[in-house]
Design a protein around this ligand. Structure first.
Ligand code: GLU
Length: 283
């Protein structure tokens, strides 16, 4: 069912897209004729998450997930082979700094486009739209953020999820911040916290992990829109080419295929009204 629905969505989106949405066809920094990738065997450094199954996950030196697949497609369009991609772990709290210090060239790491972040980094995209939700124990009675008063809630430092909790629920909830979502899930497994909050697609991937199966459920009541962008250094010239590559990935059906492959066995339905998005955000 999902595949059929997304096929129709992708075709509709493709029909609606214009090639001029954000330029396209310009020179890129690393790829193309005489670019570093083909000329000198250079690599492109791509920041991803290493601990988010189905999105960015380190399988012992090889990397899987939807972010990884979109990154590979985009890098390919920029002129890089898969061997020329160097994946670098980019935890939530380090993303802006890693770009500002030029430790990575692009970040595909469930990285929401926000005005605050745009003060430090540029974004291409969006290439996916998720929503913030809650992961709770399978038998929990928590059904939304309003039920969190007096409870222990875990999220990740430097994420929009933790920031939203601080801004909107901090008065009555006890927020515990961790460096990664896997740490939050293990704290919940040992009964130290009542809920984990971040994007629904991340939570669903964690819940589906073999070691967690049957233990947790995603509440399914999203309370934000998280537009996943490609993080870039300020002033990067890659934005239009990246957006053109994402458009092409959607048009060709590779976006839909990557999403379906990475969500196999995961109890998650992407918001069909918002996905696939139009990548028109060259900040
Ligand atoms: N998408 C949100 C963010 O960019 C939460 C997920 C994450 O921490 O990567 O902050």
């Amino acid at each position: 069912m999902r595949t059929t629905r997304y096929g129709a969505l992708a075709m509709a989106a493709a029909a609606a897209l214009t090639l001029s949405a954000c330029g396209g066809g310009g020179e890129t920094e690393g790829g193309g004729e005489g670019g570093g990738a083909e000329a000198g065997g250079e690599t492109i450094r791509v920041g991803i998450k290493f601990d988010q199954p189905g999105l960015g996950f380190d399988e012992g030196g090889s990397y899987s997930g939807f972010d990884v697949d979109v990154a590979k497609y985009v890098a390919g369009e920029l002129g890089y082979t898969e061997e020329q991609i160097e994946f670098v772990e980019s935890p939530s709290a380090n993303r802006e700094n890693m770009l500002a210090n030029e430790q990575v060239d692009m970040i595909f790491a469930t990285y929401s486009i926000t005005d605050t972040r745009k003060e430090t980094v540029d974004f291409a995209g969006p290439y996916f739209i998720a929503g913030q939700d809650l992961l709770v124990a399978a038998d929990s009675d928590i059904s939304g953020p309003d039920d969190l008063n007096g409870r222990n809630l875990c999220s990740v430092t430097g994420s929009t999820s933790a920031q939203r909790v601080k801004d909107e629920f901090a008065e009555d909830v006890n927020l515990i911040e961790q460096p990664g979502y896997a740490e939050c899930v293990s704290l919940m497994g040992s009964g130290q916290i009542d809920a984990v909050t971040t994007d629904d697609i991340i939570l669903a991937g964690l819940a589906a992990q073999e070691s967690n199966q049957g233990q947790f459920k995603v509440v399914g009541n999203p309370f934000s829109e998280e537009r996943y962008g490609v993080g870039l250094t300020k002033g990067s010239e890659l934005c239009s080419d990246i957006n053109a590559a994402i458009e092409k990935m959607i048009e060709e059906g590779a976006w839909e295929e990557a999403l379906a492959n990475n969500l196999e066995g995961v109890d998650y339905e992407p918001n069909a009204e918002l996905n696939p998005p139009t990548p028109d955000d060259c900040a």
